[in-house]
Design a protein around this ligand. Structure first.
Ligand SMILES: [Zn+2]
Ligand SMILES: [Zn+2]
Length: 313
Protein backbone atom coordinates (compact mmCIF):
# COMPACT_ATOMS: atom_id res chain seq x y z
CA UNK A 1 0.00 0.00 0.00
CA UNK A 2 1.14 3.50 -0.67
CA UNK A 3 2.40 5.83 1.98
CA UNK A 4 0.81 9.25 1.95
CA UNK A 5 4.17 10.63 0.91
CA UNK A 6 4.16 8.55 -2.25
CA UNK A 7 0.56 9.34 -2.99
CA UNK A 8 1.41 13.02 -2.82
CA UNK A 9 3.98 12.58 -5.56
CA UNK A 10 1.80 11.26 -8.33
CA UNK A 11 3.18 12.15 -11.75
CA UNK A 12 1.71 15.22 -13.38
CA UNK A 13 1.53 14.01 -16.94
CA UNK A 14 0.81 10.95 -18.93
CA UNK A 15 2.44 10.33 -22.25
CA UNK A 16 1.89 8.44 -25.44
CA UNK A 17 4.48 5.82 -26.24
CA UNK A 18 3.03 4.90 -29.58
CA UNK A 19 5.48 4.54 -32.39
CA UNK A 20 3.72 1.94 -34.50
CA UNK A 21 0.57 1.39 -36.48
CA UNK A 22 -2.29 3.43 -35.09
CA UNK A 23 -4.64 1.19 -33.13
CA UNK A 24 -6.87 2.99 -30.72
CA UNK A 25 -9.75 1.65 -28.73
CA UNK A 26 -12.53 3.93 -27.62
CA UNK A 27 -14.08 6.94 -29.21
CA UNK A 28 -11.12 9.18 -29.92
CA UNK A 29 -10.21 9.74 -33.51
CA UNK A 30 -6.49 10.28 -33.28
CA UNK A 31 -3.51 9.16 -35.20
CA UNK A 32 -0.03 8.64 -33.96
CA UNK A 33 2.81 7.44 -36.10
CA UNK A 34 6.55 7.12 -36.29
CA UNK A 35 6.65 10.58 -37.81
CA UNK A 36 4.19 12.05 -35.38
CA UNK A 37 4.49 10.41 -31.96
CA UNK A 38 3.16 13.39 -30.07
CA UNK A 39 -0.54 13.79 -29.47
CA UNK A 40 -2.41 16.50 -27.65
CA UNK A 41 -5.66 15.53 -25.98
CA UNK A 42 -8.25 18.11 -25.15
CA UNK A 43 -10.91 15.70 -23.92
CA UNK A 44 -11.12 13.64 -20.78
CA UNK A 45 -10.95 10.18 -22.16
CA UNK A 46 -9.41 6.92 -21.22
CA UNK A 47 -8.00 4.88 -24.05
CA UNK A 48 -5.66 2.06 -23.20
CA UNK A 49 -4.38 -0.50 -25.58
CA UNK A 50 -1.74 -3.07 -24.90
CA UNK A 51 -0.75 -5.53 -27.53
CA UNK A 52 2.29 -6.82 -29.29
CA UNK A 53 3.37 -4.49 -32.04
CA UNK A 54 0.96 -1.71 -31.14
CA UNK A 55 1.74 0.35 -28.09
CA UNK A 56 -0.57 3.25 -27.39
CA UNK A 57 -1.28 4.45 -23.91
CA UNK A 58 -3.44 7.45 -23.26
CA UNK A 59 -4.77 8.55 -19.92
CA UNK A 60 -7.54 10.57 -18.37
CA UNK A 61 -7.36 14.15 -19.51
CA UNK A 62 -3.75 13.74 -20.47
CA UNK A 63 -1.92 16.43 -22.32
CA UNK A 64 0.47 14.42 -24.40
CA UNK A 65 3.40 16.59 -25.24
CA UNK A 66 6.63 14.66 -24.81
CA UNK A 67 8.28 11.70 -26.37
CA UNK A 68 8.93 8.83 -24.02
CA UNK A 69 12.66 9.27 -24.56
CA UNK A 70 12.55 12.57 -22.72
CA UNK A 71 10.97 11.11 -19.60
CA UNK A 72 13.03 11.23 -16.44
CA UNK A 73 12.54 10.08 -12.89
CA UNK A 74 11.46 12.79 -10.48
CA UNK A 75 12.18 10.78 -7.34
CA UNK A 76 14.72 8.19 -6.31
CA UNK A 77 13.21 5.95 -3.66
CA UNK A 78 16.18 3.61 -3.16
CA UNK A 79 19.53 5.00 -1.98
CA UNK A 80 22.07 3.86 0.59
CA UNK A 81 24.42 5.78 2.86
CA UNK A 82 27.39 5.11 5.12
CA UNK A 83 24.93 3.85 7.71
CA UNK A 84 24.78 0.58 5.78
CA UNK A 85 26.49 -0.23 2.49
CA UNK A 86 26.72 3.21 0.87
CA UNK A 87 29.66 5.57 0.58
CA UNK A 88 27.96 8.93 1.04
CA UNK A 89 26.26 10.59 3.98
CA UNK A 90 22.58 11.45 4.06
CA UNK A 91 23.46 15.02 3.11
CA UNK A 92 25.70 13.84 0.26
CA UNK A 93 22.80 11.86 -1.20
CA UNK A 94 20.38 14.75 -0.78
CA UNK A 95 22.75 17.16 -2.52
CA UNK A 96 23.19 14.67 -5.34
CA UNK A 97 19.43 14.38 -5.66
CA UNK A 98 19.10 18.15 -5.88
CA UNK A 99 21.80 18.22 -8.57
CA UNK A 100 19.83 15.57 -10.46
CA UNK A 101 16.72 17.81 -10.28
CA UNK A 102 14.76 15.31 -8.21
CA UNK A 103 11.73 16.36 -6.21
CA UNK A 104 12.13 13.58 -3.67
CA UNK A 105 14.68 11.12 -2.37
CA UNK A 106 14.40 8.24 0.07
CA UNK A 107 17.25 7.13 2.29
CA UNK A 108 16.75 3.38 2.42
CA UNK A 109 19.61 1.67 4.17
CA UNK A 110 19.76 -2.10 4.45
CA UNK A 111 18.00 -3.84 7.29
CA UNK A 112 20.12 -5.46 10.00
CA UNK A 113 20.10 -9.00 8.58
CA UNK A 114 22.58 -8.37 5.77
CA UNK A 115 25.89 -10.06 6.52
CA UNK A 116 29.44 -8.70 6.41
CA UNK A 117 28.57 -5.20 7.59
CA UNK A 118 26.22 -4.53 4.68
CA UNK A 119 23.22 -4.00 6.95
CA UNK A 120 22.71 -1.42 9.69
CA UNK A 121 24.13 -2.44 13.06
CA UNK A 122 20.70 -2.42 14.66
CA UNK A 123 17.31 -0.81 14.19
CA UNK A 124 18.21 2.17 16.37
CA UNK A 125 20.45 3.39 13.55
CA UNK A 126 17.34 4.44 11.69
CA UNK A 127 16.56 6.97 14.40
CA UNK A 128 19.99 8.50 13.83
CA UNK A 129 19.22 8.65 10.12
CA UNK A 130 15.85 10.26 10.93
CA UNK A 131 17.59 13.03 12.83
CA UNK A 132 19.98 13.62 9.92
CA UNK A 133 17.02 13.75 7.54
CA UNK A 134 15.26 16.31 9.75
CA UNK A 135 18.39 18.48 9.71
CA UNK A 136 18.75 18.10 5.94
CA UNK A 137 15.09 18.86 5.37
CA UNK A 138 15.52 22.18 7.20
CA UNK A 139 18.57 22.96 5.11
CA UNK A 140 17.02 21.86 1.79
CA UNK A 141 13.27 22.52 2.05
CA UNK A 142 12.59 22.22 -1.68
CA UNK A 143 13.21 18.49 -1.88
CA UNK A 144 11.23 15.88 -0.01
CA UNK A 145 13.46 13.55 2.00
CA UNK A 146 11.94 10.27 3.13
CA UNK A 147 13.20 7.82 5.71
CA UNK A 148 12.99 4.31 4.37
CA UNK A 149 14.48 0.90 4.79
CA UNK A 150 15.42 -1.89 2.42
CA UNK A 151 14.26 -4.71 4.62
CA UNK A 152 15.27 -8.33 4.07
CA UNK A 153 12.90 -11.24 3.67
CA UNK A 154 14.54 -13.67 6.06
CA UNK A 155 12.19 -16.60 6.15
CA UNK A 156 10.00 -18.64 3.84
CA UNK A 157 7.00 -17.42 5.79
CA UNK A 158 7.80 -13.89 4.62
CA UNK A 159 9.26 -12.56 7.87
CA UNK A 160 11.19 -9.31 7.46
CA UNK A 161 14.21 -8.27 9.50
CA UNK A 162 12.24 -5.20 10.63
CA UNK A 163 9.31 -6.15 12.87
CA UNK A 164 5.85 -5.12 11.78
CA UNK A 165 5.44 -2.95 14.89
CA UNK A 166 8.50 -0.87 13.93
CA UNK A 167 7.48 -0.15 10.35
CA UNK A 168 5.44 2.90 11.33
CA UNK A 169 8.78 4.63 11.98
CA UNK A 170 9.43 4.77 8.24
CA UNK A 171 7.99 6.95 5.47
CA UNK A 172 8.53 4.29 2.85
CA UNK A 173 9.17 0.57 3.08
CA UNK A 174 11.22 -1.38 0.60
CA UNK A 175 11.87 -5.10 0.90
CA UNK A 176 13.60 -7.75 -1.10
CA UNK A 177 15.50 -11.00 -1.15
CA UNK A 178 19.26 -10.94 -0.68
CA UNK A 179 21.50 -13.96 -0.68
CA UNK A 180 23.86 -13.13 2.15
CA UNK A 181 21.62 -12.58 5.15
CA UNK A 182 21.02 -13.93 8.62
CA UNK A 183 17.97 -16.06 7.99
CA UNK A 184 15.29 -16.81 10.53
CA UNK A 185 15.33 -20.58 10.26
CA UNK A 186 17.56 -23.43 9.18
CA UNK A 187 15.33 -24.20 6.20
CA UNK A 188 15.34 -20.63 4.89
CA UNK A 189 19.12 -20.59 5.40
CA UNK A 190 19.39 -23.73 3.31
CA UNK A 191 17.20 -22.18 0.61
CA UNK A 192 19.36 -19.07 0.48
CA UNK A 193 22.49 -21.21 0.31
CA UNK A 194 20.75 -23.24 -2.37
CA UNK A 195 20.13 -20.08 -4.38
CA UNK A 196 23.87 -19.51 -4.42
CA UNK A 197 24.58 -22.82 -6.11
CA UNK A 198 21.16 -24.05 -7.28
CA UNK A 199 21.07 -21.90 -10.38
CA UNK A 200 23.32 -24.46 -12.06
CA UNK A 201 20.93 -27.34 -11.42
CA UNK A 202 17.54 -27.22 -13.24
CA UNK A 203 15.74 -29.52 -10.78
CA UNK A 204 16.93 -27.58 -7.74
CA UNK A 205 16.25 -24.32 -9.54
CA UNK A 206 12.58 -25.14 -10.04
CA UNK A 207 12.16 -26.09 -6.39
CA UNK A 208 14.03 -23.02 -5.22
CA UNK A 209 11.96 -20.83 -7.49
CA UNK A 210 8.78 -22.04 -5.80
CA UNK A 211 10.18 -21.45 -2.33
CA UNK A 212 11.55 -18.00 -3.20
CA UNK A 213 8.22 -17.03 -4.73
CA UNK A 214 6.38 -18.32 -1.65
CA UNK A 215 8.60 -16.19 0.61
CA UNK A 216 8.11 -13.01 -1.42
CA UNK A 217 4.35 -13.44 -1.69
CA UNK A 218 4.11 -14.13 2.05
CA UNK A 219 6.03 -10.92 2.78
CA UNK A 220 3.88 -8.86 0.40
CA UNK A 221 0.68 -10.07 2.02
CA UNK A 222 1.84 -9.55 5.62
CA UNK A 223 3.66 -6.23 5.49
CA UNK A 224 2.82 -2.81 3.99
CA UNK A 225 5.66 -2.97 1.48
CA UNK A 226 5.74 -0.04 -0.93
CA UNK A 227 8.45 -1.33 -3.25
CA UNK A 228 9.75 -4.83 -3.93
CA UNK A 229 13.46 -4.32 -4.64
CA UNK A 230 15.23 -5.84 -7.63
CA UNK A 231 12.86 -8.83 -8.06
CA UNK A 232 14.66 -11.86 -9.44
CA UNK A 233 18.17 -10.59 -8.80
CA UNK A 234 20.29 -13.65 -7.91
CA UNK A 235 17.16 -15.26 -6.50
CA UNK A 236 14.83 -16.74 -9.07
CA UNK A 237 11.11 -16.03 -8.68
CA UNK A 238 7.90 -16.63 -10.59
CA UNK A 239 7.46 -13.12 -11.96
CA UNK A 240 3.83 -13.53 -12.92
CA UNK A 241 2.79 -14.93 -9.53
CA UNK A 242 4.64 -12.21 -7.64
CA UNK A 243 3.34 -9.46 -9.91
CA UNK A 244 -0.27 -10.58 -9.45
CA UNK A 245 0.07 -10.32 -5.68
CA UNK A 246 2.00 -7.03 -5.90
CA UNK A 247 -0.87 -5.63 -7.95
CA UNK A 248 -3.31 -6.64 -5.22
CA UNK A 249 -1.23 -5.25 -2.35
CA UNK A 250 -0.35 -2.01 -4.17
CA UNK A 251 3.35 -2.78 -4.06
CA UNK A 252 5.50 -1.37 -6.82
CA UNK A 253 8.00 -3.66 -8.49
CA UNK A 254 11.37 -2.06 -8.92
CA UNK A 255 13.16 -1.46 -12.18
CA UNK A 256 16.68 -1.15 -10.83
CA UNK A 257 19.26 0.75 -12.81
CA UNK A 258 22.06 -0.70 -10.67
CA UNK A 259 21.49 -4.35 -11.47
CA UNK A 260 21.62 -5.24 -15.11
CA UNK A 261 19.72 -8.51 -14.87
CA UNK A 262 16.39 -7.08 -16.01
CA UNK A 263 15.02 -8.27 -19.33
CA UNK A 264 12.18 -6.53 -21.17
CA UNK A 265 10.30 -9.84 -21.06
CA UNK A 266 10.31 -9.69 -17.26
CA UNK A 267 8.72 -6.24 -17.35
CA UNK A 268 6.17 -7.32 -19.94
CA UNK A 269 5.16 -10.33 -17.84
CA UNK A 270 4.88 -8.26 -14.68
CA UNK A 271 2.91 -5.51 -16.41
CA UNK A 272 0.40 -7.87 -18.00
CA UNK A 273 -0.07 -9.46 -14.56
CA UNK A 274 -1.06 -6.05 -13.23
CA UNK A 275 2.16 -4.80 -11.66
CA UNK A 276 3.15 -1.17 -11.50
CA UNK A 277 6.73 -0.02 -11.26
CA UNK A 278 9.22 2.45 -9.90
CA UNK A 279 12.61 3.09 -11.40
CA UNK A 280 15.33 3.47 -8.81
CA UNK A 281 19.08 3.74 -8.70
CA UNK A 282 19.82 1.61 -5.62
CA UNK A 283 22.66 4.13 -5.30
CA UNK A 284 25.55 3.05 -3.15
CA UNK A 285 27.40 6.31 -3.80
CA UNK A 286 26.10 9.86 -4.23
CA UNK A 287 27.16 9.91 -7.89
CA UNK A 288 24.60 7.22 -8.63
CA UNK A 289 21.64 9.01 -7.06
CA UNK A 290 18.95 9.86 -9.60
CA UNK A 291 20.26 7.46 -12.24
CA UNK A 292 17.19 6.39 -14.19
CA UNK A 293 18.29 6.17 -17.80
CA UNK A 294 18.63 2.40 -17.97
CA UNK A 295 15.18 2.06 -16.44
CA UNK A 296 13.51 4.30 -19.00
CA UNK A 297 15.28 2.43 -21.79
CA UNK A 298 14.09 -0.91 -20.44
CA UNK A 299 10.56 0.39 -20.02
CA UNK A 300 10.55 1.60 -23.58
CA UNK A 301 11.97 -1.69 -24.88
CA UNK A 302 9.22 -3.55 -23.04
CA UNK A 303 6.56 -1.04 -24.18
CA UNK A 304 5.63 -0.29 -20.59
CA UNK A 305 3.41 2.79 -20.61
CA UNK A 306 4.76 5.70 -18.58
CA UNK A 307 1.62 5.82 -16.46
CA UNK A 308 2.57 2.39 -15.12
CA UNK A 309 5.79 3.79 -13.71
CA UNK A 310 5.14 5.85 -10.61
CA UNK A 311 8.14 8.16 -10.64
CA UNK A 312 8.34 9.26 -14.27
CA UNK A 313 7.55 12.74 -15.43
ZN1 LIG B 1 19.09 -4.81 -2.48
ZN1 LIG C 1 19.63 -1.47 -2.13
Amino acid sequence: MLTSALRHLKPQFLYCTGYHTPCFHGTLDLTCSVDNPLIELSQHQTVYHFGSGNSYYLGDGALLKKEVTTLRIFADYHTHTVHSHGRGTVEDNVKAAISANLRAIAITDHGPANLFGVGVKNLDVFQVIRQEIIACQRKFPHIQILLGVEANIIDLDGTLDVPLERLHEFDIILAGLHLLVHTNSLLSGMVMAGNLIGRYCPVARNRLRKLNTQAVIAALTQYPIDILTHPGLNVDIDTRAVAEVAAQTGTYMEISTRHHNIQPSYLETAFVAGARFVISSDAHSPGEVGEGELGTQLAKAAAIPPWAIHNLS
